[in-house]
Design a protein around this ligand. Structure first.
Ligand code: O2Y
Ligand code: MN
Length: 605
């Protein structure tokens, strides 16, 4: 592996690579070609450095343990550096771009000493898709390179599409740990201390600078940074939507009719599980197009077309089991990178709620011996709560062939959801597009464990599940959704739904969730198909419990309860939105959303 000469004739790209190399002073520069041989060589160097452990039980799979300070996205160190603070809005960390560049340039100076700077040309979306975007990540982390190989389309083909003049999004990344001569990482995950970590976005320049973290969304810059924060800004000016949404395909096998559904949920609501759902009802099939991000554009035929810009899954390991998500378990049987899970004696991985007890002595995510003690409820977990698998999407047994479709798939329904133990019914449908935008704007999850400044039972709002990922003012974002709706003719406009798998009754979940959610998808399919039956209520259209395909495990009374309008609960909900949620967006809150709020209030009486 050695490729110091640029294989590209793109002058701007070559000049940028040169400029960054003279700032960061790497020992060498390597242009990634995206081949398996390159991946294997890089993995071998990580094994030799004591940073990767090959897993005997899973072919071509490796375990990494990160530094305990580098285990998740760090929102407090994530910045939107737009010229004006108002453009970033009240829900983003804003910083003056000039000030930030000065500060970060000082950190980048010489930060790649003793390391190689890798140049990763990547495509978010199938290469050549009119909806795809090209990025180039410069990084000093071979761990980032191998993860990017899985999560994006990487290599020479991307440079071919880029040509000499194509547009690309520059993404600069350093782990922020230069090496002195004769030093190495000594088998320890390199990163910078928390107060030196920066995940910075410059929306006007469409540029990303990340420093100090080697983990996940902080370092794999195609994902949250490019495909959501920067893409959301591009989408606003270009008239499309960059969303934190899974995409699934559902087929009614009796007539082979298909619907495509995009769905947004805040973190920890089972997005990957829904994307790979195994229906419990006969005659229905679900396939996966994406599990985290959707880019959606109005098409010439009046429909809204979506692609999954990613090529892999960066999924949370704990809780993933053959019961909760068999398709995810099959997706990670080989060619998978595991980060911060536990290692078994026979060279396999283990995590909490994997579906079976720890098989003997483990090595936990800290690298220490760990023996399961079921009598100790306070035992520290063997796998970190945010431990991850990185796996190619094409390994998913139910990946839809349309995953590679350049034009994307026509979206029939858009779902919003959250963890709401009370008030919000199992499913309800928006009366129209703006009512659907209202639904997206009030998404949130109830707080279940006390957080520093939040009360248990309060709702933490996460509009459109985009609060950490929108690169501009959320008030402008709501307005953009309303404008996109106007561009799609009524007949092609996706129908919008709100789902809640997490209603509780007597302290227990009232709905079984997982595969049983196919019953809700079936109703949604039929609503889109025109064959569904619904009742009109003050909050929207709902299934009639008498006609709903109910699982045996749910009593008729419970079904009635979770498919009814809790008028008092909704009045409190409306009051909370009015007093605590909507005022956050000031005069940028679209009047259409105020009107939707007033209309529901009136309908509730
Ligand atoms: O902790 C991280 O760095 C990853 S965050 C993440 C990863 C995959 C999909 N979604 C998310 C998220 O936070 O929404
Ligand atoms: Mn996500």
């Amino acid at each position: 592996m050695s490729c110091c000469e640029s294989p590209s004739n793109h002058e701007k790209l070559n000049a940028w690579v040169k400029e960054i190399a003279s700032l960061t002073e790497p020992d060498s520069i390597y242009w990634c070609d995206g081949t398996k041989a390159e991946y294997d060589e890089m993995v071998q160097s990580l094994i030799d450095a004591g940073l990767a452990t090959p897993l005997k039980k899973r072919p071509n799979s490796y375990l990494f343990r990160s530094d305990p300070s580098d285990v998740a996205r760090v929102e407090s160190r994530t910045y939107i550096a737009s010229k004006s603070k108002d453009d970033a809005g009240p829900t983003n960390n804003w910083i003056d771009p000039k000030e930030l560049k000065k500060e970060m340039t000082a950190l980048y100076k010489g930060c790649m000493h003793g390391r190689t700077m890798y140049v990763i040309p990547f495509s978010m979306g199938p290469i050549g898709s009119p909806i795809a975007k090209i990025g180039v990540e410069l990084t000093d982390s071979p761990y980032v390179v191998i993860n990017m190989h899985i999560m994006a389309r990487v290599g020479v083909k991307v440079l071919e599409v880029l040509g000499a003049k194509g547009e690309f999004i520059p993404c600069l990344h350093s782990i922020g740990k230069p090496l002195l001569s004769c030093q190495d990482d000594n088998g320890k995950w390199p990163c910078a201390p928390i107060d030196k970590k920066y995940i910075a976005h410059f929306p006007e320049e469409k540029t990303i600078w990340s420093y100090g973290s080697g983990y996940g969304g902080n370092a794999l810059l195609g994902k949250k940074c490019l495909a959501l924060r920067i893409a959301s800004v591009a989408a606003k000016s270009e008239g499309w939507l960059a969303e934190h949404m899974l995409i699934l395909k559902i087929t009614r096998e009796s007539d082979n009719k298909v619907k495509y559904i995009a769905a947004a949920f805040p973190s920890a609501c089972g997005k990957t599980n829904l994307a790979m759902l195994v229906p419990t009802i006969k005659g229905w099939k679900v396939e996966t197009v994406g599990d985290d991000i959707a880019w959606m554009r109005p098409g010439k035929d009046g429909k809204l077309y979506a692609i999954n810009p990613e090529a892999g899954f960066f999924g949370v390991a704990p809780g993933t089991s053959m019961d909760s998500n068999p398709n995810a378990m099959h997706s990670i049987e080989e060619n998978t990178i595991f980060t911060n899970v536990a290692l078994t004696e026979d060279g396999d991985v283990w995590w909490e709620q994997i579906g079976y007890d720890a098989p003997g002595k483990l090595i936990d995510w800290h690298g220490k011996e760990w023996v399961q003690d079921k009598s100790n409820k306070d035992q520290a977990p063997a796998a970190h709560g945010n431990s991850r698998f990185t796996a190619p999407a094409k390994q998913c047994p139910v990946i839809a062939p349309e995953f590679e479709e350049l034009a994307g798939v026509p979206i029939d329904a858009i779902l919003f959801g959250g963890r709401r133990p009370s008030t919000i019914p199992l499913v309800h449908q928006a009366k129209n597009w703006n009512h659907g935008v209202f639904m997206g704007s009030i998404v949130g999850s109830e707080i279940t464990a006390a957080a520093l400044d939040l009360k248990v039972g309060d709702v933490r709002r996460d509009p459109f599940a985009m609060l950490p990922f929108c690169g501009y003012h959320m008030g402008d974002y709501f307005k953009h959704w309303i404008e996109v709706g106007k561009k799609i003719p009524e007949a092609g406009r996706p129908k919008i739904f709100f789902v809640n798998w997490f209603r509780k009754k007597d302290g227990k979940f009232a709905w079984p969730g997982y595969g049983e959610n196919s019953r809700v998808l079936k109703w949604i399919f039929e609503q889109c198909d025109g064959s569904g039956k619904s009742v009109d209520t003050p909050i929207g259209l709902m299934p009639d419990p008498a006609n709903f395909d109910k699982p045996d495990s749910v009593s008729e009374d419970t079904l009635k309860e979770i498919l009814s309008v809790d008028v008092e609960g909704w009045k409190k909900e409306i009051a909370d939105i009015k007093q605590n949620h909507y005022p956050k967006f000031g005069n940028k809150l679209p009047k259409e959303l105020q009107e939707e709020l007033a209309a529901i209030e009136k309908r509730l009486g």
